[in-house]
Structure formats: C-alpha cells, structure tokens
Design a protein around this ligand. Sequence first.
Ligand code: NAD
Length: 455
Amino acid sequence: MKIFNRRDFLKTSGVAAGGLMLSSGMLKAAQNKSGVTLNIAMVGIGAEGEVLLNSLLKLPNVNFVAVCDIWPVRKTYAFRRIFKELKQKAKMYEDYKELIANHAKDLDAVFIATPDFWHAPQTVDFLNAGVNVYCEKMMSNTLEGAKSMVRAARKNKKLLQIGHQRTSNPRYLYAREVLLRKNNICGKIMACNGQWNRAVTADLTWAKKQTIPDETLKKFGYSDMAQFRNWRWSKALGGGAISDLGAHQIDIFGWMLGAHPSRVMASGNRDYYKKPDGTPAHDWDDNVMCIFEFDKTFQGNKAQVFYQVLTTTSSGGGYFESFMGDKGTLKMSENPAITKLFRENNVPIEEWDKLAKNGVIGTGDADSANVKTADARESAALMSYGFPATVPGFDAEKPIHMYHIENFLGAVRGENKLSCDAEHAYEAEAAVFKAREAISKGPLEFSEDDFVVSD
Ligand SMILES: NC(=O)c1ccc[n+]([C@@H]2O[C@H](COP(=O)([O-])OP(=O)(O)OC[C@H]3O[C@@H](n4cnc5c(N)ncnc54)[C@H](O)[C@@H]3O)[C@@H](O)[C@H]2O)c1
C-alpha cells in the first residue's frame, strides 16, 4: 500500500501526446515481476467490468477485497468467479460509498467500469480516499466531470489511469515509435481516416426476475430498467457512439500524430432508431462523421483526419485507424487481422524488402498488388505487408485489455509510468466533446436554390 515511493514517480507520470517513448523498460513493465500483492476492488461489473475481471483473474499477486454493483446478479457473478478461481472471498457492496468507508485504507487500487455519468463522482471519491483508480473511458459524460477527475488525481497525488487500452498495446506502441517515427514508414502523413461501424442492434433487455427495485434505480440515477440497461444513448448518463466508440480512436489519432487537433467539423443524424410515434429513440446520434484538422503534426505539417462511427451498418471493414502518407499507409486496428501496411508504388520495392529482411515489417503480399485497375497510373493496387512476426512485448494469446491493466498495476507498484493518465485522456475527451458540439453548430446549410441555375 503506502509502501511505494510513488511521489517521485508521479511527478513524471504525465504523458502528453507525443511524450511517450517505447523503451524496453516500458514493455517489460507489463510483466509484473515485483511480486507485491495488491489489494483491489471493482465497481461496476457489467460487460466491460467482466472483461477487466477476466484479465485480473489471470494476473498474479492480486487480492480482491471487494466488488460493488447495484445489480445483484452482477455482484454475485463477480463474487462467485473470484471465489471459484482464486478462493478469495470479496466483500459485496451495492453502494460504493460503503465500500470506501470500510476498505479505502486497505486498498491499493479500484477498477471502475460503471456507466459514464458515475465515473467522475466515484473516481473523485476514491482518489480523495487515497485509492489509485483505473477508470473506464469516457472519463465522464460532462467536461466538468472529466476536469474534476484530473484535479482530484493531481491534488491527492494518486494514479488515475483511463481505459484507452490501445496506449498500452505493444502493437500500437510499435506502430507509433518504430514504424511512424524511427522508420518514417509512411513518409509525410497528410491524411488519416478511421471508423467503427457496427450492425444494427436492438435495445438491451433483462430477465424479469432480475429487475432492480424502483427505489434502488432512482437512488442511483436511473428512471427505469430500460434506461439502466441502455444508458449509453441517454444524454444524462452517457455520450452516444461518438463518445463510446469514437473516443478510443480519436485518442489514437492525436497520440499517433503527436498533436492536438486545431478544428473540427461534424455531422450526425438520428433518423434510424425510432419510437413507435416516429420520434428518435435515442438522445444521441446513430451515425456521426467528422473531420479533424491538425495544423502541426509531429512531422511539422498539416493533416486532415476523417472519422466515422456508424451504428446502422457493419460494412466497411470493422474498426481501424489509417495513417496515409506519401510513401505508405499504416492501417491500425486492435484486431491484428485487419492491421496492414501498404507501400506506395513510388517507393522501390527493395526498400521495403530490406525492412522486411531486418524484421521491421512482415513480408509483402505480392498478390495484393496484382489487382488490375481501370487506370493503372492513378489507382494501381498497392502491395500490402503485415507486421513482423514478433513485436516486442506482444503476445497473441493475451487479452487486449491486459496490457493496460498490467501497465496500471505496474505503476501502482512504482515500476513504470501510466500509459494513459487522466491528463492525457482529457485531451481525447476535449476532442470528442468539441466534435459533438460541431454537429449542431458547425455545418453550413444548403438550400435547394444552391443546386439550381435560376433564369
Ligand atoms: N475500454 C473499452 O474497450 C470499453 C468497452 C466497453 C465499455 N467500456 C466502458 O466501460 C463502462 C461500462 O460499460 P459496460 O458496457 O460494461 O456497461 P454495462 O451497462 O454493461 O455495465 C455497467 C455496470 O455498472 C453497474 N452500475 C451502474 N451504476 C452503478 C453504480 N452507481 N455503482 C455500481 N455499479 C453500477 C451496472 O449494474 C452494470 O453491471 C463504460 O464507461 C464504457 O464506456 C469500455
């Protein structure tokens, strides 16, 4: 607990966009070798809480002191798994304030995976009680909430990691430091695009016997079970798809480009999910498309980033972030199968062959460049390459969230810096909030007259 000398290392734990180095120490930090057992608690064990739990159960030297969820079925699920797999008896709570009152002094860390509107109050209370926090993204459903989290971490000199797990993923670190910076593989990156396209989904439901009593729902800010299950789409509780999914990737654009965006324009619509009376079923947009302009990237030039998040179709190849330069394109994804590099035809094949021979990239797929196109001068197919067979620190068997959790636990043990502290995550938060604002304030309206030549 208070045995680590965190103060010195906290002074240097801020990771500004562009400030992260891929050192072997950073990759090794994920391995948790110190053997110090940490006392932890979990608050919110829904879909994402379960993902975190799956990793935590596999990590050594973790002692589950308590679990908290307002939904009894989820609380007991966590308790049972922890008991079955580790023989540890975590205390169960409905109200996180009781958990703090009874255990804060013994806790090294808490993992918070509740709906976004709970993040700020819970995180601030845990930090004020002296507990390091791993909180899921978005930081909050309000910018004020997110600011209060940054301030509480600063004031209490405690660690606050936000769940943008790509920033701890060795493949992403490799892409940023080794491919884009050290080897300048894309050349000048003038444009990026990214997307997260999801198929139509029905609202989430619940088994009747698992209905939470009205007074409990009200106590914790929910009007009814339907809103409790589908909080993402409610303005008071969540941020919609651009925040829920987009925040991860908008964070990655700023992080990879080593800069903050300078301006944003955006468009959104709520014309798909409808109530029986024909009005929109959700408070937030079903689909959002936006363009961020960067005035000065790490390469010193301007760049435009087009990003879309769609919840009405899964077409277009899933979720990825592409960095398009005059020498090549890096298409990144949490899914290794989607990740690819494309060599521009103006770069001699020998150059990339050499990189492949030296293990910087994988070998090229000659077939990918053999596609006949109508205009070979302008749109010839590009040869694609994979990542090298070994990326330092990457283990294909490991769940993708585990690196981020290990990074956090390593930081709590005083072994390494956080890869996504609150100051860094706030930068993505600000970009997402501004993009959403641009939907209502930004677009220039067309009139039908604009398209007609009058007499
Ligand atoms: N990093 C990622 O890749 C990722 C992926 C999915 C979700 N998330 C984030 O994780 C968080 C949770 O999302 P989810 O999909 O698991 O939602 P969810 O609705 O499935 O789970 C939320 C859980 O929190 C519980 N809860 C609600 N209010 C609570 C309170 N006041 N105290 C204690 N428990 C409470 C609910 O009962 C539920 O079990 C969100 O912030 C979301 O953005 C992150």
